[in-house]
Design a binder for this molecule. Structure first.
Ligand SMILES: CC(=O)CC(=O)O
Length: 696
């Protein structure tokens, strides 16, 4: 269990001056209450959904028409109700409310090419971004894009991509993004489902200090879409070098010309040049994100504009206390929801850092950016921090004076990494381990400037998110007991459904999407698929949250259920640290069915440092540490050396898929386009046959 003493706590003054406490005082004043701490506010927020979300709208200064309705507070827990039914809002209008000619909105930093020694930087002020978006709005309209049309991107994390997203939303278009590092087959599986009218693509990217030409991938994508969907318009963005238009198809158009077309036509703007925002209902679709779908076609999850806006404002302005003078960085590609999360930071008026390239080829690069650009909020993944912890101590090389918060997500942040951050990055920083998912494109639990940080724990459940731990039988668990993450009350950014929505395709296709959606989220209780513990409430936090892994990856030998992270944590502490000689580089634990499926045994796969062999001595040491630090039940029945551990394109370890494969699922059930290293699965398939032969 996590330690009792906080690794970080806000000074008394900071806690009560925090945005969460300001909101609490507002609620007390308006409703004559005496809520005293975060937990009181949290309970109120999940009990009075209508009052809470209505006040978030007001306090976060949402631009738009709120109307009178918020939600029917008595709605059954399992429902996905309508919110703000008479509101009218435009997401992009709220992102571009700052019009400063001085304040920098975006700084793009690209990993150095072989000819460069430092990242290449470009920036735009809020006023310049507004002007660019206005031109792109006009160009989109000129090319026939209208509200409800899908606008796709196959791009790097560049300024143009943000502008295209904002412009699409300004006219009610629906943004669909795939990262440039995705293979064309995976992108085709996404885009054929949503049929975009236009695709923005880069022509090259830099990764690992090399320039990678992107047009061959774009061509393969377009060839794959031919005859499946109406041909989309293609706009090429050249961010690395001058465009080589000679090599383009004749109907492709360059970004510069596209913007110029918009500038000349001035469509979708008033006489004075203001963008004529298309304010739509709260539930109007904003973007479509895809589940990683390792075994089938990725699921196109549709998010509502109003919900995304309100949720981001709550997370940033109230819980995270982000301010306009923050310089906000998140290491993400454009294909991960953390890109959408980052871009929503414009609603606060922050400066956003868009980094594109490898985060680790030069381990100091991102930390140098913190000093050079004055980054205050540094977001990354647990996987990055894990790699970094084995190679680098940022505090020894960089001042990091501006840094206020570090966020981590993607997989559980193991307790030793909390120690690493506080010892080797910065002692007085708010380490916000955050969790949510693509299906809500936001957070269930995460950061709060009014609360302390406890080792191994996510600080709190976010306001308005009625997150509980449930037993497999469906009853509420007491604190400190592991169970399923269930959100028992609705919230305004629950997904609208899977694409196609009603009105966008035949009734049969819409019904099929609705059925797939229902089966994915509502058939049982609203179980999010995460195995968690909510700890006892400490210092008014209402309990921190510990992520134990995916629920379908939960290990269950002899009826004792535990998350794979309990084994990983021992490996991290004892075998992956510099002191342990970095013996273990990566790992993956799954359950193999035994006794005809009645029981299971734990199989642990380990990737060792180059040139190392799994000796019986190392195996015995691992088992001994796991037994001592956990329990005899946790000790793997088998430890097997592997050359690679499979990951999704967004860097998530795919335990569930490996579990299925070693239990007999055929390799043909895997969708290789969703993985970054599908080739390694053959090994798991072959070893699975041997394991099953031992235990038929
Ligand atoms: C916030 C998140 O939960 C992000 C992710 O892990 O995909």
């Amino acid at each position: 269990m996590p330690d009792e003493y906080p690794l970080f706590q806000p000074q008394d003054h900071d806690a009560t001056a925090s945005a969460a406490f300001r909101f609490l005082r507002h609620v007390n004043a308006v409703y004559g209450l005496s809520l005293a701490n975060y937990y009181d506010l949290y309970k109120w927020s999940t009990a009075h959904l209508d009052l809470f979300w209505g006040n978030v709208w007001d306090e976060a200064s949402i631009i738009g028409d709120k109307g009178l309705h918020v939600v029917d507070n008595a709605t059954l827990p399992s429902a996905n109700p309508a919110w703000f039914t008479d509101a009218r809002v435009n997401w992009a209008e709220n992102m571009l409310h700052c019009r400063s000619t001085i304040k920098i909105a975006l700084i793009e930093a690209t990993e150095p090419t072989p000819d460069e020694s430092t990242p290449r930087l470009r920036s735009v002020t809020y006023a310049q971004l507004y002007a660019l978006v206005a031109d792109v709005v006009s160009a989109l309209i000129h090319h026939g894009v209208k509200a409800g049309d899908r606008v796709a991107s196959y791009s790097s994390n560049c300024i143009e991509n943000v502008a295209a997203c904002l412009a699409a939303s300004a006219i009610g278009g629906i943004w669909v993004s795939a990262a440039a590092d995705f293979g064309s087959t995976g992108v085709m599986e996404r885009l054929e489902q949503v049929q975009p009218k236009i695709i923005f693509s880069v022509d090259a990217v830099v990764y690992n200090h090399k320039i990678h030409q992107h047009l061959p991938k774009l061509r393969a994508l377009l060839a794959g879409l031919t005859n499946k969907i109406p041909t989309p318009k293609v706009v090429i963005m050249s961010t690395i070098s001058q465009p080589d238009t000679q090599s383009w198809e004749s109907d492709w158009i360059g970004w510069e010309s596209f913007v110029k077309e918009g500038q000349e036509r001035k469509l979708g703007r008033s006489e004075s040049g203001e963008i004529e925002w298309t304010r739509l209902p709260f539930d109007a679709p904003l973007w479509i994100l895809f589940s990683s779908g390792t075994t089938g076609r990725p699921k196109p999850i549709v998010h509502r504009a109003g919900g995304m806006l309100l949720q981001a404002k709550k997370e940033f302005a109230i819980c995270g206390d982000l301010r306009p003078d923050d310089v906000f960085f998140y290491y993400t590609t454009t294909g991960w929801m953390m890109w959408n999360f980052l871009v929503s930071g414009l609603s606060i008026g922050c400066t956003l850092i868009l980094y594109d390239g490898s985060p680790l080829r030069d381990v100091g690069l991102l930390w140098k950016l913190v000093d050079d650009l004055g980054i205050t909020i540094f977001g990354t993944s647990a996987k990055y921090l894990d790699h970094l912890s084995k190679n680098y101590r940022p505090r020894d090389h960089h001042r990091l004076e501006t840094l206020r918060h570090i966020y981590s997500t993607g997989s559980p942040l193991a307790p030793p990494l909390f120690d690493y951050v506080y010892e080797h990055i910065k002692p007085n920083v708010l380490l916000g381990s955050i969790t949510g998912g693509t299906d809500i494109c936001s957070l269930f639990a995460g950061m709060c400037t009014a609360l302390p940080v406890f080792r191994g724990e996510i600080q709190c459940r976010m306001l308005g998110m009625a997150v509980e731990s449930f037993s497999p039988a469906g009853s509420l668990n007491p604190p400190d007991e592991a169970g399923e993450l269930v959100c028992t009350r609705p919230f305004p950014c629950m997904p609208l459904g899977f694409w196609p929505l009603p009105g966008f395709a035949s009734e049969t296709d819409v019904r099929a999407a609705q059925e797939r959606f229902y089966q994915s989220y509502f058939a049982e209780f609203e179980d999010h698929g995460d195995h968690i513990v909510i700890t006892r409430s400490k210092m008014g936090n209402g309990g921190g949250l510990v992520m134990l892994g995916r629920s379908d990856g939960v290990l269950n030998p002899g009826g004792i259920r535990f998350g794979s992270s309990e084994i990983y944590e021992v490996l991290d502490t004892c075998f992956s640290s510099p002191a342990a000689g970095h013996a273990i580089v990566d790992y993956l634990a799954v359950g193999q069915k035994t006794d005809g499926g009645a029981d299971e045994r734990v199989v642990l796969f380990v990737k060792l440092a180059p040139g190392q062999e799994l000796s019986s001595d190392l195996e015995a040491k691992m088992k001994a540490e796991i037994r001592t630090r956990r329990s005899p039940r946790h000790v793997p029945a088998k430890i097997i050396q592997v050359s690679d551990v499979p990951y999704t394109l967004n860097g998530k370890r795919v335990e569930v898929l490996v579990k299925k494969i070693i239990n007999g699922a055929p390799l043909s059930s895997v969708n290789p386009a969703t993985l970054s290293n599908p080739e390694c699965l053959t090994f798991y398939h072959d070893i699975g046959e041997k394991l099953r032969a031992e235990y038929p």
